[in-house]
Design a protein around this ligand. Sequence first.
Ligand SMILES: *Cc1c(COP(=O)(O)O)cnc(C)c1O
Length: 398
Amino acid sequence: MTHLRCSVSHCGTTLDLHDRALACPQCGNLLEVAIEPPGAEPRVLKQTWLERRMSADPRDVSGVWRFRELLPDSYGPQGVVTLGEGNVPLVRGQKTAAWAGLRNLSFKHLGWNPTGSFKDLGMTAGMTEAKFVGATAVACASTGNTAASLAAYAARAGVTGRVYLPAGQASVNKLAQALDFGAELVEIEGSFDDALNVLLEKADPSLYFLNSINPFRIEGQKTAMFELLEQLGWRVPDYLVVPGGNLGNSSAFGKAFIELKTYGFIEKVPRIIIVQASGANPLARMWTSGAQELEAVAQPETAATAIRIGNPRSWKKALQGVRFTGGRVMDVTDEEIGEAKTLIGRDGIGCEPASATTLAGLRKLVDSGEIDRDAEIVAILTGHALKDTDYIVKSRKR
Ligand SMILES: *Cc1c(COP(=O)(O)O)cnc(C)c1O
């Protein structure tokens, strides 16, 4: 049976799938969902998933629940809290590809989800589980996008949503979304990390906790990789490039590839490259120094507010994926992010600053010769251009 287990494999602790624990009761590390091998052949499931695109079952309309054979799936068609998330296109890079020196670059734009960021993919899974266990109030700490997403899905589920934001640091667009969807807003003096600490210290058992340390969030987010490979006819690209903040998304993608390879859906995996902002780069520092433990950045600073995080909780999970795929971790400056973001805009795509770390990182890796010009690359864009309009207007004046 699908269950929860400690994400550090040598610990071996397992828990019931619907246990509400957020950390391993034995060693304190994060939990993950252990997915059982699916009952059908990969070839058959790939066909089933494709055919569901023509179905009207709410689970099939969702680009997350369409892949339910590799998800916790206790819910039934009426049990899922969905806004038809997922189903976002893969868009080829034009000027961006030339700028980075690449011939085969595509963007998977997860910012084209219902609330404008990839957080919706995790939120449908987390909110569905929250409803299943009978939660009446849900909460998260957020740099903005998780708040917007939680607020929308809480409204759909008919539960109270409460979001903890670093005061004055989230973009006004994201704040407006959370208000529009009727969430309760709590502003915390300090950084995202401080806001998360305040929430975790509350340990209020009546609140269901929906940050990305919630293992169900990771399950929803991993389906972006199933959808990506389906779009590529299950041809595996050479590299997958993803921005790194709290490192939930990169963890989710790593888990997706581990499961797909282990269960025989693919024969090779793309190298995962995580790109952080240089002012909030604890994992990139650890990677470069060869240290065994993550050292938090006390005062994270970057204009890419979605990744202004000094103490990423999911770093161990993220490293598992990077190591499994033979990938790497790196960082880019705010200036490099700004240039890359402009190019993504000029390609007619647009994104929020955090997403542009991907293109900025790629350009550096092509320049240094680490990535071949002909390599097949998919870059993940995490947030919509309208998420941070201040940034755009201010850069014009600069
Ligand atoms: C949340 C977010 C990130 C960072 O994702 P993590 O899972 O925290 O690493 C990057 N970009 C955008 C737009 C986000 O909303």
